[in-house]
Design a protein around this ligand. Structure first.
Ligand code: BG6
Length: 301
C-alpha cells in the first residue's frame, strides 16, 4: 500500500473525505459537502482551496506556486508560526517562521451531517529545533460546513515560556484589486510596513491602488471584502487574534517574486488573521493558545 492508499484506508470517508497525490505529488485531502469543497496539503498544513459549489474559488493560489518539500506554497492559507515576518533577532532565518515548510501529519478526520473535519499536527522535531529551540505541539483543524473554519491550536510542551507571533495568511480571489472595498477596519490604527512602521489610521473602507502592506493593530473585528464584479462578499471572522494584516504586492514586488505572476496582483488580496507586531503571545509551559479564522462567502444582493 502506498501512502495515499494508507491515508484513505485510515482517514478517508467515502465520497466526503478523500486523499490523493496533489501538485508536486504532495499528499492532499479533499473534503466535500453539500455546500462546497476544500483541499488541504498535508505538507505544511496548508489549505489550498475553498469553493462553495455555486461560486468562484474563494482562496487564491498563484499559477507559479511551487509545490515541493522545503518550499512555501504561494496562496491558499499558509500557517505562519512561530514568527510573523522577519525573525525578531536573526535575519539569517526565513521569514514567516517554520510551520509552512514542514511535514505535518494527519491525526484525524470526521464526517457527520454537513460537517467535514480534518486534523493535522506538527510536533517539534530535530528539524524544527534546529530553527527554533522550543518543544511544542501544533494542531490545525479545518472544518468545512456552510463556512470554512481554520483553527490553529498550539501548546508549549517544554519547561520554559516562549513568545510567538503568527498568521493564518489567507489569500483571497477577487475580480480586480482596484474595484473591491474591504470593510471592518474603519478608524483602526495600522503600522505601515512600507513606511518605516509608521502608525497611521484607517479612514473608511480600504481601497487599493498601490502596494499595501499594513498591520492593523488592536482589532478583533470581522473583515468583509465587497466585490461587486464577482457579485459577492467574503467575510473573515476571527478569534484569538488581536491584529489583521492586509497585503497586496502590486507591480514591482510581484515582479520580484519568483513564485508570483507579474499580473497576478490584480486578482488577489491577503487579509491575514494574525498576532503580529506588538500583538505577541507568550505561552507558559503546559499552556496553549488558539487562533481561528472563519471564512464565508455570500452573494451580494
Ligand atoms: C505578508 C507580509 O504577510 O506576507 C509581506 O506583510 C510579505 O511583507 C508577504 O511580503 C509575503 O511574504 P512571503 O515570505 O510569503 O513572501
Amino acid at each position: 500500500m502506498n501512502d495515499i492508499e494508507q491515508l484513505n484506508e485510515q482517514f478517508g470517508v467515502d465520497q466526503q473525505i478523500r486523499f490523493y497525490s496533489g501538485n508536486g505529488r504532495l499528499p492532499t485531502v479533499e473534503m466535500v459537502n453539500r455546500f462546497g469543497k476544500t483541499a488541504v496539503s498535508i505538507y505544511a498544513g496548508h489549505v489550498l482551496s475553498y469553493q462553495p459549489h455555486d461560486q468562484e474559488p474563494v482562496l487564491w493560489v498563484s499559477q507559479l506556486a511551487q509545490y515541493s518539500e522545503g518550499k512555501a506554497i504561494r496562496g491558499g492559507i499558509p500557517v505562519i508560526w512561530p514568527w510573523f515576518g522577519a525573525h525578531p533577532t536573526d535575519d539569517t532565518k526565513s521569514s514567516h517562521g517554520l510551520a509552512r515548510r514542514m511535514a505535518w501529519e494527519v491525526v484525524g478526520t470526521q464526517a457527520s451531517g454537513d460537517s467535514r473535519i480534518l486534523r493535522l499536527s506538527l510536533t517539534d522535531n530535530a528539524d524544527t529545533r534546529a530553527i527554533w529551540p522550543y518543544p511544542f505541539q501544533l494542531t490545525l483543524t479545518v472544518i468545512l460546513d456552510h463556512t470554512l473554519t481554520v483553527d490553529l491550536a498550539m501548546a508549549n510542551t517544554g519547561n520554559t515560556p516562549f513568545t510567538i507571533t503568527q498568521a493564518l495568511h489567507s489569500y483571497f480571489t477577487i475580480s480586480d484589486v482596484t474595484q473591491i472595498a474591504i470593510h471592518g477596519l474603519d478608524q483602526t490604527a495600522y503600522l505601515d510596513q512600507l513606511d518605516n512602521m509608521q502608525r497611521k489610521r484607517q479612514s473608511g473602507p480600504i481601497t487599493i491602488d498601490e502596494e499595501v502592506d499594513r498591520i492593523y493593530v488592536d482589532t478583533t473585528a470581522d473583515c468583509v471584502i465587497e466585490d461587486a464584479t464577482l457579485g459577492r462578499r467574503i467575510r473573515i471572522a476571527k478569534q484569538g487574534s488581536g491584529s489583521t494584516v492586509v497585503w497586496n504586492p502590486w507591480i514591482a514586488k510581484a515582479a520580484r517574486m519568483g513564485d508570483f505572476g507579474d499580473e497576478e496582483y490584480q486578482g488577489m488580496v491577503c487579509i491575514e488573521t494574525t498576532n503580529a507586531a506588538d500583538d505577541k503571545v507568550t505561552i507558559l509551559p503546559g499552556d496553549g493558545h488558539r487562533i481561528t479564522a472563519v471564512i464565508s462567502a455570500e452573494p451580494l444582493n
